[in-house]
Design a protein around this ligand. Structure first.
Ligand code: FNR
Length: 346
């Protein structure tokens, strides 16, 4: 792998800085959402089914490993480990941005390990919104991907001295959606999506959206640490939390598959995100933190424990399956209620 490349170096710094700034606490807003327990659930724990239909793939759990990395030797190690876990849990796994592969083909192995370690699983390719359809298809083909993520990362680019300064993306997105041979998910990278943006994406033919809100990995903080000259942490003030962004998506639940990510730390966060309309819930920072700080085995134990806890919460609210979570009663705190009123979300 070329060692001196700036883009590869950036990927390595992202891994290191994501760990430096990781906190066990989430700011995604789930504490403002309350589920009400069901004292008469009329179910047996053995009946609880946590499987979800993830774009045609029957995943055993309602969470997936969201985009993180690629391009460096460290990325290759983490992608192998994430794919092994995805294979064990029978859940989807996404690649980090494959722009570096499109520019430097020698980095291909750091992405190919995803498919090699999860041969029959649901693997997702990832490109930026400036990629064209041909490049997107090339990324898909490299890992025989089952879906493609297109990431939207304006605030991250603005925070990078070497970042993009041209943001004409809608035509590209439209082109990719109509020309690649797998379903497309458009995602944010931790700043959230508004209902206005969701509407724009739907007009381009986008059917699957990951709102990826604020509350976990914060690229304003990470890029400020890389930048050294300017403090750009104020960029996170534009963010919508994961919960706010899920509220923004409410009017699109009928015609769009919504995925949620951003600051997911616990089984309770996952169940609340499902209740708010997510089809499945993406996890990046938490998985990466456990792989970096602990080990593959300990990361596996964490997700086994989260799986058990999802079942316990489902029993407590009387939900035998994920669809029944959607029917459980819910309460919002005053701030979220006020947010929903100001944003015309009923
Ligand atoms: C990311 N994320 C990301 N997203 C994307 O679409 N392409 C990418 O290349 C990356 N790169 C990346 C690197 C690192 C180190 C992290 C931690 C994350 C964003 C990720 O998929 C997700 O949207 C956000 O991180 C929010 O989720 P968490 O981290 O709070 O669970």
């Amino acid at each position: 792998m070329p060692k001196q490349d700036e883009q590869i170096q950036r990927k390595v710094e992202h891994l290191f800085l994501a760990e430096k700034y990781f906190t066990d606490e989430s700011y995604a807003g789930f504490e403002g959402v309350r589920l009400i327990h069901n004292a008469i659930p009329e179910l047996s724990m053995s009946e609880i089914d946590t499987s979800v239909d993830f774009l045609g793939f029957k995943a055993s759990h309602p969470f997936y490993f969201n985009a993180i990395t690629g391009g460096s030797n460290q990325s290759e190690k983490f992608n192998s480990e994430l794919a092994k876990l995805a294979n064990d849990f029978n859940i989807p796994v996404s690649s980090g941005s494959m722009g570096v592969y499109l520019r430097i083909p020698e980095t291909a192995n750091s992405f190919k390990v995803l498919r090699e370690n999860d041969p029959k699983g649901f693997v997702i390719a990832n490109v930026s919104a400036k990629a064209n359809a041909k490049q997107a298809q090339k990324a898909i083909d490299l890992i025989d991907a089952n879906a493609l993520q297109i990431h939207l990362n304006v605030l991250q680019e603005l925070a990078m001295p070497e970042g993009e300064r041209e943001f004409y993306w809608l035509d590209n997105i439209k082109d990719i959606v109509s020309n690649v041979n797998v379903p497309v998910i458009v995602k944010e990278v931790g700043f959230g999506l508004s209902q206005e943006n969701i509407r724009q994406l739907k007009k381009c033919g986008v059917k699957n959206i990951d709102i990826s809100g604020f509350g976990g990995t914060d690229f304003a903080e990470i890029e400020t640490a890389r930048n050294h000259e300017l403090d750009l942490t104020y960029l996170d003030q534009f963010s919508l939390s994961t919960v706010e962004s899920l509220l923004e998506a409410q009017s699109s639940l009928d015609d769009t598959t919504i995925f949620a990510s951003g600051g997911i730390r616990t089984a309770m966060d996952i169940v609340k995100a499902l209740k708010l309309g997510a089809t499945s819930v993406g996890i990046s920072g938490l998985a990466l933190h456990h792989l970096q700080k602990f080990s593959l085995d300990e990361t596996k134990l964490l997700f086994e424990s989260i799986s058990v806890q999802i079942k316990i919460i489902m029993a407590a609210i009387g939900a035998k399956n994920i669809q029944e979570i959607k029917k459980a009663p819910i309460l919002f705190d005053g701030d979220l209620k006020d947010y929903a009123i100001q944003r015309n979300i009923v």
